[in-house]
Write a protein that binds this ligand. Structure first.
Ligand SMILES: Nc1nc2c(ncn2[C@@H]2O[C@H](COP(=O)(O)OP(=O)(O)OP(=O)(O)O)[C@@H](O)[C@H]2O)c(=O)[nH]1
Ligand SMILES: [Mg+2]
Length: 303
């Protein structure tokens, strides 16, 4: 049995925090830093995160349930629409919103911020991320400008990557959670199964390894995940792509590219599972899957 952390439940704070912002704002990096484990994959490419993942922070007196979400975009195809629906549902469920902005990037337009936060009833904390990339003298004017756009609960400058300001942000988050008992036992850290993370690790390697467009056309499915008698875990994963031409890119000359992705993924999965694994990767074409509702449903992007 897990203990409910002290102090008494009456003083306890708990709730859901939706972490939202444009692609590449650093949402997943921040969550990994906050939680001190790798919840979400991080790459230099925008639109890396495709669905909501929760990561739970427990401390005496509080449980903060963070939801990592896909970056905010105007959807152009069904997968992106499904991604935006995930964000909307995270916002709807939230007790607190953490809106993350990359302060080294083009800043969001006032109208966009107001449109996005208009239906929101809960408090919103604004995080200015990547302050390591800008001249600190620019910060104060930036905070003043944003302070006039929306009644943010507070504005916190931070660098998720350099772990600067992250603790302060966490304190503000906990302070602004509603009072209530914990939702999960205190040893829970996420709602996802091991196989989800295994698929995500493979997807991260694909995002890092291949050029511009191909990773966006991939989906990774774990078809088999079995512990063998010798203690090894056997994992059979299928990389779905949309066209034959992408298949040959993924496989590469004499299979070299796929082999490399497999090696990189296997090393990380072994660390994650803390067990040796045998990883088999297959590549299959599923024509235009990003536009097919039935496929998106089967792959778990749509309910
Ligand atoms: N310099 C700097 N880079 C950062 C910081 N935080 C994140 N990054 C980088 O920004 C890129 C995007 O980070 P992610 O955490 O994947 O961003 P995201 O908001 O989750 O992106 P999507 O999942 O695509 O919506 C990665 O290359 C990170 O290493 C930061 O504080 N400073
Ligand atoms: Mg992300």
């Amino acid at each position: 049995m897990t203990e409910i952390p002290s102090p008494l439940p009456g003083d306890f704070r708990s709730g859901y925090i939706a972490v939202i912002g444009k692609p590449n704002a650093g949402k997943s990096t921040l969550l990994n830093q906050l939680l001190q484990y790798k919840l979400s994959i991080v790459t230099r490419k925008p639109q890396t995160t495709r669905r909501n993942v929760i990561g739970i922070h427990n401390e005496p007196g509080a449980q903060a349930i963070f939801m990592d979400t896909p970056g905010l975009i105007n959807p152009r195809y069904n997968l992106q629409e499904a991604m935006m629906r995930q964000v909307q549902s995270a916002i709807k469920d939230a007790d607190l919103i953490l809106y993350l902005v990359d302060c080294a990037d083009k800043l969001p337009a006032e109208a966009d911020i107001q449109a996005m936060l208009k239906p929101v009833a809960c408090p919103v904390i604004l995080g200015f991320n990547k302050i390591d990339l800008i001249d600190r003298r620019k910060l104060l004017p930036l905070i003043e400008t944003f302070g006039k756009l929306y009644p943010f609960r507070t504005i916190i400058p931070l660098s998720a990557e350099k772990n600067d300001g992250v603790d302060q942000l966490l304190r503000e988050v906990v302070k602004n959670l509603p009072q209530g008992p914990p939702y999960y036992p205190s040893d829970y850290i996420t709602d996802q199964q091991e196989r989800f993370f295994v698929a995500e690790i493979i997807r991260e390697k694909i995002f890092k390894f291949y050029g511009q467009e191909v990773p966006y056309a991939t989906h990774v499915d774990i078809e088999e995940f079995k512990e063998r008698e010798n203690g090894k875990v056997y994992v059979r994963a299928v990389i779905f792509i949309e066209r034959d031409s992408q298949k040959s890119i993924i496989i590469g000359k004499k299979g070299q590219a796929l082999k490399k992705v497999g090696q990189l993924a296997r090393q990380e999965i072994e660390v994650f599972l803390d067990r040796p694994i045998f990883l088999e990767l297959f590549v299959k074409v599923s024509a235009d899957w990003r536009k097919q509702e039935a496929q998106l449903r089967r792959m778990g992007y749509l309910r």
